[in-house]
Design a protein around this ligand. Structure first.
Ligand code: FES
Length: 157
């Protein structure tokens, strides 16, 4: 059966290696990440070894190789957020969840991404979880926010 990756590659019939990045972007947009299977398919399509594709994709930190968690946390690293302490917030998230940007927690509950300005500088430092903005986050409030996500999951379990 055809999946999204097959459809994307069909649309890019005759693509050459210089279209690698847009193809990977299209796949990530549809699937949320680049699976090993997708990378192998792209390699076959473009006549490139999968290892080379992984090498290129790893260089660009926009790509992720694990599925998104149920709660996808985006920490803004734009200037306004940075000035007001987003680095400390990011450190705290990494500390609590034991994951780095681009990774997903083992239980699949959380994933982490660092993003450029998300256009809410007045709320800085701001984080976004599954599209919902959290304003003026600090070391303490981020702990509560993550705990709330956990409790929501437990309530639905
Ligand atoms: S710098 Fe973070 S929202 Fe603009």
């Amino acid at each position: 059966m055809k999946n999204e990756v097959d459809i994307i590659l069909e649309e890019k019939a005759g693509a050459t290696q210089d279209q690698l990045i847009p193809i990977l972007q299209a796949i990530q947009e549809k699937e949320g990440y680049l699976s090993e299977e997708s990378v192998v398919k792209v390699g076959r399509h473009l006549g490139m070894p999968a290892s080379k594709i992984f090498g290129v994709a790893t260089f660009y930190n926009q790509f992720r190789f694990e599925p998104l968690g149920k709660h996808h946390i985006q920490v803004c690293r734009g200037t306004a957020c940075h000035v007001l302490g987003s680095a400390t917030v990011l450190e705290k998230v990494q500390d609590i969840l034991k994951i780095k940007p681009g990774q997903t927690s083992r239980d699949g509950m959380f994933s982490l991404e660092v993003v450029a300005c998300i256009g809410a500088c007045g709320l800085a430092p701001v984080i976004c979880i599954n599209g919902e903005f959290h304003a003026k986050v600090n070391e303490n409030s981020i702990e509560e926010i993550i705990e709330n996500c956990r409790q929501t999951e437990e309530a639905h379990a």
